[in-house]
Design a protein around this ligand. Structure first.
Ligand SMILES: [Fe+2]
Ligand SMILES: [Fe+2]
Length: 189
């Protein structure tokens, strides 16, 4: 849902991230080709890390400041991000033909569904009610700018993912490398 100015606010951006990752996770279980499954899982990982870091950098400060239960909400969300991250770190090293791979995809879907439910029914409406619209639109801009620092992995059917692989490379360590790029932690450059 976009506001009257036609500009996206941060809630629009984060909500469409939720939809996209949820859909992609749903498609993985119906896909049998091992290489596509790997590609799709790596796409989910890159989307979710980018989403989590963006929320932590730009949205948590606003939640703490403006929401009556902001501190508590941020703590709960942080725990969920950590659970997602633990699951993704296992996923990045499990072969896509392994039965464990499907368990991890299912586990990610469950944690994500809870995360989406909390944010979309509680925090996002509160942010819209309490934070001036210009500020929410500015936050959307910051989230979009962060995407350019570590672009999301192109979808598996995209023609070319060279830029992504140049920046972060595939495979084991993906979660950490993406997080470093996005947060400016720079442990390896
Ligand atoms: Fe989220
Ligand atoms: Fe979150």
């Amino acid at each position: 849902m976009t506001g009257t100015t036609g500009e996206q606010d941060v809630v629009d951006v984060l909500t469409s991230d939720h939809r996209e990752v949820t859909d992609l996770l749903g498609q993985i279980s119906g896909t049998s080709d091992p290489e596509r499954r790997r590609d799709m899982a790596d796409t989910v990982i890159s989307e979710l890390v980018r989403h989590s870091v963006a929320e932590e950098m730009f949205v948590y400060p606003a939640m703490r400041k403006h929401l009556p239960n902001g501190q508590e909400a941020v703590e709960h969300d942080t725990q969920e991000h950590k659970e997602l991250e633990r699951t993704m770190k296992e996923l990045e090293r499990v072969d896509s033909t392994d039965a464990r791979f499907d368990e991890l995809i299912a586990q990610l879907s469950t944690i994500l569904a809870d995360h989406v439910q909390d944010e979309e029914s509680e925090q996002f409406p509160q942010l819209r009610a309490r934070v001036p619209r210009e500020e929410l639109v500015q936050m959307a801009g910051k989230v979009e700018a962060a995407k350019k620092v570590a672009p999301t992995r192109p979808h598996p059917n995209a023609p070319n993912d060279k830029v992504f692989h140049m920046l972060v490379g595939p495979g084991v360590g993906l979660v950490d490398r993406l997080r470093d790029k996005l947060s400016g932690r720079n442990t390896e450059d």
